[in-house]
Design a protein around this ligand. Structure first.
Ligand SMILES: Nc1ccn([C@@H]2O[C@H](COP(=O)(O)OP(=O)(O)OP(=O)(O)O)[C@@H](O)[C@H]2O)c(=O)n1
Ligand SMILES: O=C(CO)[C@H](O)[C@H](O)COP(=O)(O)O
Length: 411
């Protein structure tokens, strides 16, 4: 697909109260893996280099909250705008910052194409954004659609079925949508109060007021809108699933450690992408730096020392510097290796307390530390223990349970 040749900006309506979801916090501010939902939608726009300005529209009482989210997660190119009492009114307010001088916001450069995307649809990829923007350039308006899950029916005044629609002919209108700015802005300017208060479809406004038939673009299944409580659980599961796709195994150069690293690699590779590196942490390995700049959020650090304080601290420092834990919690599993005839418990209470204390400290940096003991009598029983360690590792990275940090699991 051709790169975008138009100036593009985005408006994210985030001014609702989330009545259907319930609870005191509007859904856009509910935490997913510790970060508010709205931040995921902002991040999805921000990582697209060809989107210039990102307007987030929030209700007046949430302006400060939104500003602190932007500050905390280092979001760039974002302007916060005061919302209205309905979604259409909020979107219209968002569009106005490109067209009218406002007392609280400076006038921003008017884009040729504007994307409108609900702040409560966190999984929007560059590919679909590009498709709707390109289609909007050609057709004036475009929006993502999905097949209907249920048949749409109409009931009569008596509460009985009046008629039903042929499901295959209809589609669910989703987001993102994109418009030539002048078209959608003119449409909003002509809206009646009834449109602004009861309307739910921006594409319809472009058709009604600007005779623009939007191009409909097939979207992906995860464009759905977080509406009910169960959607928050689903979104959290998707995020966890995405975060557990890759793991980096770090070993030092000792033979026994490298062997366990190799066996773990073999055992894990059918379930996740595994990067294995064998290094001396103190050398600030460049390969490790590359992994930090990638999309890896899970690290398994194997050691045969009692408690490798210095090495682990170095790893934590490197992670922190890389900014990886800013947006997602990072899982760091400290594997303690003990292969000896004498199978007596080789870690004392003092060490366990140390790990716990350390884990509590680094949790503040959004790094979840767990301990894992691989202990066996000889190299023959090693494979079985490693398989158990791999299963525990998968459970830890899939679950990312903050309550279990600092615990030592025995493989
Ligand atoms: N006055 C409003 C109402 C809604 N929205 C935003 O429009 C998007 C989609 O709306 P919806 O899912 O209906 O959100 P809520 O209105 O918050 O939910 P509910 O209808 O359950 O109260 C959300 O990002 C929501 O914050 C908005 O900006 N301003
Ligand atoms: O799907 C959409 C676009 O067509 C909107 O997200 C949807 O209409 C929002 O409406 P509501 O606030 O009533 O859920």
């Amino acid at each position: 697909m051709e790169p975008v040749s138009a100036a593009v900006s985005a408006v994210l309506p985030a001014g609702g109260s989330g009545e259907r979801l319930g609870g005191a916090t509007p859904k856009q501010f509910c935490g997913l893996q510790g970060r508010p939902l709205v931040s995921y939608a902002v991040r999805a726009m921000e990582r697209v280099s060809w989107i210039s300005d990102i307007i987030v529209v929030v209700s007046p009482e949430n302006i400060e909250t939104m500003k602190s989210i932007i500050e905390k997660y280092g979001h760039k190119r974002v302007t916060v705008v005061k919302g209205g009492i309905t979604r259409h009114r909020s979107i219209f307010n968002g569009l106005k910052v490109f067209a009218e001088n406002q007392s609280s916001n400076r006038l921003l450069q008017k884009p040729e194409v504007v994307i409108i995307h609900d702040a409560v649809r966190p999984f929007v990829e560059e590919d679909i954004l590009l498709k709707v923007v390109t289609a909007a350039k050609d057709h004036g308006a475009a929006g993502a659609i999905r097949p209907l899950v249920s048949t749409v029916i109409a009931s009569g005044e008596d509460g009985c079925l009046d008629h039903s629609l042929e499901r295959a002919r209809y589609r669910a209108s989703e987001m993102p949508q994109a418009f030539l700015f002048d078209i959608i802005y003119q449409a909003y300017q002509q809206c009646t109060d009834h449109d602004l208060d009861y309307g739910t479809e921006c594409l319809h406004l472009a058709l009604k007021y600007c005779k623009t038939n939007a191009k409909l673009v097939e979207g992906t299944a995860d464009l759905w809108k977080v509406t009910y409580k169960r959607d928050l659980y689903a979104a959290e599961s998707i995020i966890k699933d995405n975060l557990s796709q890759q793991i980096c195994i770090i070993t030092d150069l000792k033979e026994a450690v490298a062997q366990v690293g190799f066996l773990l690699h073999e055992s894990l590779k059918s379930q996740v992408k595994v990067e294995a590196i064998s290094i001396s942490l103190s050398k600030n390995d460049s390969h490790l730096q590359n992994i930090f700049s990638g999309e890896c959020y899970n690290f398994l650090c194997i050691n045969d020392k009692e408690y490798a304080t210095e090495e682990i601290q170095q790893l934590v420092d490197m992670l922190e510097k890389s900014n990886i834990p800013l947006l997602y919690p990072v899982v760091l599993i400290l594997v303690h290796l003990s292969i000896s005839e004498n199978i007596s418990f080789s870690i004392g209470l003092e060490e366990l307390t140390k790990i716990k204390k350390f884990a509590r400290e680094v949790k503040k940096k959004n790094i979840l530390v767990y301990g894992l003991l691989i202990q066996c009598k000889d190299h023959f029983s090693l494979q079985e223990t490693v398989n158990s360690a791999a299963a525990l590792t998968m459970a830890l990275i899939k679950d990312r349970n903050p309550e279990l940090i600092g615990q030592l699991l025995v493989a």
